[in-house]
Design a binder for this molecule. Sequence first.
Ligand SMILES: [Zn+2]
Length: 80
Amino acid sequence: MAGSGRVVYSTGKGRVCPGCGWPENDCRCSKNLTPRDEPVPAKVTAKLRVENRASDRHVTVVDGLPKNAAFVAELLAVKG
Ligand SMILES: [Zn+2]
């Protein structure tokens, strides 16, 4: 299928992505769709809460951390 049916762009009005409004060849959606690490804010405020489970066990839940694999890995490394 390569070589046939190529999209030819014309100046002025190219194909614009309906999702982000950018030209399709410069679409910003694909970058948002792929899971990426969130930027770590200067001040991270994590919320800790302890949930009591029915099995009488206390589970500590951490909330509010940025979804950043490197940051979390570093955090876990510090905690040991
Ligand atoms: Zn888009």
